[in-house]
Design a protein around this ligand. Structure first.
Ligand code: HEM
Length: 331
C-alpha cells in the first residue's frame, strides 16, 4: 500500500523537520516568522490566481445541473432550487451546498446483489462524516481567532463555551476535537475499506487527510497533555498580524510542529484538491441560473454570420419563382 504509506511517511518527516530544527538547531525564527509569512503569501496569491484563472475561462453555454422543472409559462409550477432561474435562487442553492453539502446528501451507493442485479441504495454516511469533518474544523479555526486579537472576540468566547459544553477536563474538553478525529478516521477508512475506493484513491487523497490529522493531533497534545503556555504564542501571532519581523519568545518545539504543518497545508492548498473550497463558487454547473427558455444565450466567439432574410431571398429570386409558379409573398 505505497499510496497510503508514502503520504504517511511524508507527514511524519514534515513533523520532524521543525521539531529537530527548533529543539536542536534553535531555528525558531525560521519556523516562527519566515515560513509562516511565506505560507500566507503563497496561500493568498495562489488562491487568487487559481480563482482568476477560472474566472477568465469562457463559459459560453448554460450548463447548470438541474433536477426539477424549469421556469417557463406562468401556470407551470417550477422548482426554485432544483432549477433556479433567478440570482437569489442560485445563491441560495450554492449556500445550501456550501453549508450542508446538499448534493452529497443524495449520494447513492451501487451494489451487485447476490442475484446479480445492480441495486442502488441510500448512502448518508459520507455526507454525515464530511459535514462533521468540515464543521468541526471550521469551529476549531474560528476558536483559534483568540490568538490573533488582543481582546478575545465575543463570538470566539461563545463558540468556546458551546464547544466546551461538557466541561469534563482541565483545560476544558472541546467536543469538536473528538468529532474531527472521529471524522478523519472515518474518511481514511472509507477509502481503505472498500476495494473500489482503494483503487481510485491517490496519494493526493491521503496526504491532506494525514496532514490535517497531524495538525489536530499535535494541537490536542499541546492542549491536553503538554499544557502549552499560550501567552508567548499569542504574543507571536499578534506580532505576525501586525507585520512585525521580531523574533518569537520562548515557545515549545511542539508548537512549531503545529505551525509548520499549518504552513505546509497553506502552501499546499492552492495547488491541490483542497481548492474545491473556492471552486464551488465558480462551478458553472452550480452558479448559473437555468433561464435558457427565457433568454437566448449566444456563444460569444461564434463568428459573425451575415443572415439573409426570406424577404431578401424573395427579392432576389421573385421573377424566377413566378416563372416556376412558386408561391410568393410580395407581388
Ligand atoms: C488549519 C489550521 C489549524 C487547525 C486545524 C488547528 C487545530 C488545532 C486543534 C484541534 C487543537 C486542539 C485544541 C483546540 O481544539 O483548540 C489546536 C490547538 C492549538 N493550536 Fe491549532 N490549529 C490550526 C492552526 C493554528 C495556528 C495558525 C496556530 C497559531 C497560533 C495554532 C495554535 C494552536 C495552539 C497554541 C493550540 C493549543 C491551544 C490550547 O492550549 O488551548 N493553531 N489546534
Amino acid at each position: 500500500m505505497k499510496k497510503v504509506f508514502m503520504p504517511l511517511v511524508m507527514v511524519a518527516i514534515l513533523a520532524l523537520i521543525p521539531f529537530v530544527g527548533v529543539q536542536y538547531a534553535g531555528l525558531s525564527y525560521l519556523f516562527g516568522v519566515i515560513i509562516p509569512y511565506t505560507a500566507i503569501v503563497v496561500l493568498l496569491a495562489g488562491f487568487l490566481l487559481r480563482l482568476a484563472d477560472w474566472l477568465r475561462r469562457p463559459v459560453p453555454f448554460r450548463i447548470p445541473t438541474t433536477c426539477g422543472q424549469e421556469k417557463s409559462l406562468e401556470w407551470i409550477k417550477y422548482d426554485r432550487f432544483e432549477s433556479p432561474h433567478r440570482f437569489w435562487e442560485v445563491a441560495a442553492r450554492v449556500l445550501f451546498e456550501v453549508l450542508f453539502f446538499r448534493s452529497l446528501f443524495r449520494n447513492t451507493k451501487a451494489e451487485i446483489h447476490k442475484d446479480a442485479n445492480l441495486a442502488y441504495g441510500s448512502h448518508k454516511w459520507l455526507w454525515f462524516g464530511g459535514l462533521a469533518f468540515h464543521w468541526s474544523l471550521l469551529i476549531i479555526v474560528l476558536r483559534h481567532s483568540r490568538f490573533f486579537f488582543p481582546m478575545v472576540p465575543g463570538f470566539t468566547d461563545l463558540l468556546s463555551h458551546v464547544d466546551g459544553f461538557f466541561d469534563v477536563t482541565l483545560p476544558t474538553f472541546y467536543i469538536t476535537d473528538a468529532v474531527v478525529l472521529v471524522a478523519i478516521t472515518f474518511l481514511v477508512f472509507r477509502r481503505l475499506n472498500d476495494a473500489k475506493m482503494r483503487l481510485i484513491s491517490l496519494q493526493t487523497d491521503y496526504f491532506p487527510l494525514f496532514l490535517i490529522a497531524a495538525i489536530v493531533v499535535v494541537g490536542v497534545f499541546m492542549r491536553y497533555l503538554t499544557r502549552l503556555d499560550i501567552m508567548p504564542v499569542k504574543d507571536q501571532m499578534l506580532r505576525l498580524v501586525n507585520f512585525s519581523v521580531d523574533a518569537p519568545g520562548d515557545i515549545g518545539a511542539l508548537f512549531y510542529v503545529h505551525l509548520f504543518l499549518v504552513s505546509v497545508l497553506a502552501i499546499y492548498f492552492p495547488f491541490s484538491k483542497l481548492m474545491h473550497a473556492g471552486a464551488i463558487f465558480l462551478s458553472p454547473t452550480r452558479n448559473q441560473c437555468n433561464n435558457s427558455r427565457e433568454k437566448r444565450h449566444i456563444n460569444p466567439w461564434n463568428t459573425a454570420i451575415k443572415f439573409r432574410t426570406y424577404a431578401e431571398y424573395e427579392d432576389d429570386y421573385r421573377e424566377k419563382m413566378k416563372k416556376a409558379k412558386l408561391p410568393i409573398e410580395k407581388q
